[in-house]
Structure formats: structure tokens, C-alpha cells
Design a protein around this ligand. Sequence first.
Ligand SMILES: Nc1nc2c(ncn2[C@@H]2O[C@H](COP(=O)(O)OP(=O)(O)O)[C@@H](O)[C@H]2O)c(=O)[nH]1
Ligand SMILES: [Mg+2]
Length: 363
Amino acid sequence: MSSLSCGIVGLPNVGKSTIFCALTNAAVESANYPFTTIEPNIAIVDVPDTRLDSLAELLNSKKKVPTTLKFVDIAGLVKGASKGEGLGNKFLGNIREVDSIVHVLRCFKGETTHVMETIDPIRDLDIISLELAISDLQILEKRIVKLEKNKRGGDKKAIEEYRIVEGLIKSINNNEPVPLSKYTDLEESRMIKELNLISTKPTIYILNFGNESIDLEEIKKLKSKIEERKESFVEIYGLLENEIKDLEEDEKKLFLDDYNIKAQGLSQLIEKSYYILNLITYYTAGPEESRAWSIGDQTKAPSAAGKIHTDFEKGFIRAEIIEFQDFINSGSEEDSKNKGLMKSEGKEYIVKDGDIIHFRYNV
Ligand SMILES: Nc1nc2c(ncn2[C@@H]2O[C@H](COP(=O)(O)OP(=O)(O)O)[C@@H](O)[C@H]2O)c(=O)[nH]1
Ligand SMILES: [Mg+2]
């Protein structure tokens, strides 16, 4: 099973690797994957899921398998990366391969040097966004030259794609978010997907605080800038969370209370990263194993079944579904069934977040 990936990006010395390290070694590390740190810079972490916890507890499941996300610690980009500065092209290539972007902004002060000398996360955000945008523009401009030729030959597809690429160039040039919702047509969204643009990947920002951080006024400005971009952020004390990762839960809590930090940023980061990927979760549940499966929003039952095994999709007959709350209230599959709370759905059924599913198939 492959997990979707989140690439951690930002300038050098903003705390990316510290956050990555806290992620890989924290309690959230996936117990179901023996080598969670596949390569030094790739880690698979469990997505916290209270619904799965309840199911596994109710059914006394021997095994509990949450969904996972892959985090990739991408080396720091610098100003001029899109022109190849500081191995920029290689790192930009790595960013092109991930499904979403986690952009770390340094809000902590301290002795660690900063490539731009001063601590200014708004400036940093602009520097990185600009490099990412230029890198996308380079791809789009190459593409448009090619399309121009095919367009002259009267190729209908080329004419259509030309129109899309032109629109994308315009939005990126204007420093606007790419209006993905405008391209609802299946063919349009396929064309856009194939371009693999960084600008079309969902982004989440990490405001990385420390013992000493930038002042409240600046934090406020930064937050509203991110909100203007219609993107979201998580506040993290990266170094601190990395230091307390091995403590017991109650010790951790004491520590965080001491610093007056409410929730742990790391778990928030994982939850939000999952959310922005537009994923929903369905469950299979039983005494042997309770398991969470992630699928895209609007996925039909056979394709959801295919996540478990290709045979489930090929031989799909029907899906027997109990909604999460009904299952919990009834206490078991049997009791839900007896109360008439189990629905039988066919090939056209669109799986909903929280469905507990038993697939019937035939091979
Ligand atoms: N004072 C302080 N130092 C930090 C914090 N986070 C990271 N650092 C230090 O900054 C340096 C660079 O951190 P690192 O995570 O390697 O940054 P990266 O280059 O973005 O991967 C290291 O020496 C860290 O110990 C923080 O919150 N506060
Ligand atoms: Mg690093």
C-alpha cells in the first residue's frame, strides 16, 4: 500500500529536519511498518484516528491499522533555486514528486544563522513561493512552445491545452493561487495533473516557534497573509517537540502546560496534511483487525474495494455498509444488522467518510 506524500520545504536552517526528526521518532511513528524511516529523509507516520481507536476497542481487535502519510525532508531551497542555485533543480524535482507541500517558516529567534541574516518569515514565504512559481513557469513556457506547433496543425487537444496553459501562466504571473475549481472538466483536470505543477499541490505552512520568537504583531501579519492565500497553517514548537518526543504522555502534558502550549503541533500537522489531500476514510472492522483505508473524496465502491485487493474490485458484487455512529451505538455488526442499520450498496455507490464496509466479491 502506498501512502500519499508530504514534502517538507523551506529555506535552510528554519527547522525542517528537526521537525522531520520529531515526526519520525514521536509516538506517531507507524508501528505497522518495520522500517518507518525508509531512507534518511523519508518517514511513514500513522494518521491519528479516534474513530479507529473506538472500533478496535469495541471489537477487541487483535490488530489496529491506521492510514499513513509519508513525509519527505527535502533539503533547503535558496534564493535562485529555480536557476539552479544550491542544487535547486534537484530539490525542485523532489518537490514535484510529492502530493502536498509542508512549508516551514522560521518564527524562532536564536543563535542559528539564517541565510538571509534576519528573521522574517513573511519575506521567507515570498522567496520560496517565488522560486516555486518560477520553476512552474519554466515548465509551462516549454510546454506552450510545443503546443504552439501542434496548434498550428489544427490539433484540437493542443488548442484546448494551450488555452489552459495560458490561463495557468497568467495566474502564476499575477501571484494568484491557481484556480483549480475553475477546471472541473475531467479532461481539463487530467491535463493539469499531468503538468505536475508545484503550484497546484495543496500547501500547509508550519509556523515554527522556539524559546524566543518573533513578536505577536508579526505573527498576526503572517497569519493573515496565509489566510489571504486561502491556505492553512499549523503552529509548532519543533525543537521542543523533538526534545520531549521520548517522554511519557503525562510527562509530555506537564511540559507543554509549562510552556502554555495547548495541542501538540505534530499531530495537528499530520491531521491537517491528511485533510488538505482531500482524503476520506472508510473502515473494515473485526476481531482480527480493525483498519482504516484512505480514498479520494467521491470514490465509488468498487474502486474503494480495490484499495484492499484488486480481486475485490474485479469481482465486486456489493458493499455492506454500516455508518460509524450506528455501529458504535449498536455495539457490533450483528446488532447493527438486526436493527436494520446495514445497507447493501452496488457499483454506483459513492463511499462516505466513516463508512464501515464489508465487501462481497467473487473471483
Ligand atoms: N533556538 C532554536 N533553534 C532551533 C529551533 N529549531 C531548530 N533549531 C536549530 O536550528 C538549526 C537548524 O535546524 P534544522 O532542523 O537542521 O534546519 P533545516 O536546515 O531547515 O533542516 C539546528 O541547530 C537546530 O537545533 C528552535 O525552535 N529554536
Ligand atoms: Mg535539513
